[in-house]
Write a protein that binds this ligand. Structure first.
Ligand SMILES: [Fe+2]
Length: 334
């Protein structure tokens, strides 16, 4: 008997299944050989990878996924196991359409201005249609189910940095369900004003970060931008060293602006003074992006003579829900 045509791409269920013993797919691993698949190499580690700003220079409207699927071993585009980042370039007055394949979408406008008109399918827990205007420095989040036309102003090109949790859904074999939050815009001027308040605080010099975290009224427990995505707008002041920390979330770090001389050090261990042992140096580039893998210590350094701005986006909403973020700060040494 033929397989159910509605499940032609999945496991074949044959007639007479009641006599099938269902044991054919079972595997039995000796514990020590299978307890640490990352350590053994059965599943690859998340690489430290950089993406140059050149990728979004020049004309031609395009969506350019920052795709590390070959390194991650996924059959779908992915920048980290759970997240996919992309640069979206829009020629003046042009439109690019994105489709619903995620529970959360986050956009940062690197250049220009325009609007995003969404049509949302699914239960009416959030507006079903709308238009969000954006300009340089704005952040926009969109929930599950949005088919969205992004259009730049006719007067100039626009560049967006887009991060979604599409790889997480692809891994789960899940489709976007109800919206977990409403479309939200974080105004650039408001964000910078809040950041300035933080920077001017008397305790700013002693804090590990001079940053604001983007939250949403719908996320009162994780305190994140969406239920899966975490986003931070930070300033790295002149001559500042932000001491090492680590977390189990992956960071897709966007460098909003900087002069040459800013960099991160990344490594797996710190010494008794909190310095990273045998670090990899990642030089920052304004408009560029890089991946900070989970669990690695990282510090930020500004020897450029000018303040630098960064916008790391992480799957830390998901990790916070799972209680697995495990953020730690290195000892300050003696
Ligand atoms: Fe970090």
């Amino acid at each position: 008997m033929a397989a159910d045509p509605h499940h032609a791409s999945g496991p074949v269920v044959l007639a007479g299944e009641a006599t099938e013993d269902w044991a054919g797919d079972a595997r039995y691993h000796e514990y020590s050989a299978a307890a640490d698949p990352v350590g053994s190499g059965a599943i690859p580690r998340v690489p430290i990878e950089q993406f140059a700003a050149d990728l979004h220079h020049g004309p031609g409207s395009r969506i350019l996924p920052l795709d590390l699927s070959s390194a991650l071993g996924t059959p779908y585009p992915a920048t980290s196991p759970a997240l996919l980042a992309a640069f979206m370039v829009l020629d003046p007055g042009d439109t690019l359409t994105t489709y619903p394949d995620a529970t959360s979408e986050l956009y940062y406008c690197l250049e220009g201005g325009g609007s995003s008109t969404f049509v949302r399918t699914g239960p009416a827990t959030a507006p079903t249609t709308g238009t969000v205007r954006w300009s340089t420095g704005d952040v926009v989040t969109l929930p599950a189910g949005c088919t969205t036309e992004h259009t730049s102003d006719p007067t100039g090109r626009a560049v967006l940095y887009r991060v979604t949790d599409a790889p997480l859904l692809a891994y789960l074999g899940a489709s976007p369900g109800p919206a977990q939050f409403a479309p939200t815009r974080y105004d650039a001027a408001t964000s910078l004003a809040r950041l300035d308040e933080v920077a001017r605080h008397p305790d700013a010099a002693s804090r590990n970060r001079v940053s604001i975290l983007l939250g949403n009224v719908a996320q009162p427990r994780t305190l994140t931008a969406t239920h899966t995505l975490w986003a931070m707008l930070g300033i790295l002041p002149v001559d500042r060293v932000q001491r090492p920390h680590r977390h189990q979330s992956v960071a897709l770090d966007l460098i909003v602006s900087c002069r040459p001389g800013c960099y991160s050090l990344v490594g797996s261990r710190v010494d008794d003074d909190g310095a990273i042992i045998d670090p990899v140096r990642v030089d920052w580039q304004g408009g560029g992006a890089f991946v900070t893998p989970p669990g690695l210590w990282h510090s930020h350094h500004n020897e450029s003579g000018a303040p630098a701005y960064l916008l790391p986006i992480q799957d830390a909403g998901l990790h916070t829900y799972l209680r697995s973020l495990d953020i730690r700060f290195a000892p300050s040494g003696g």
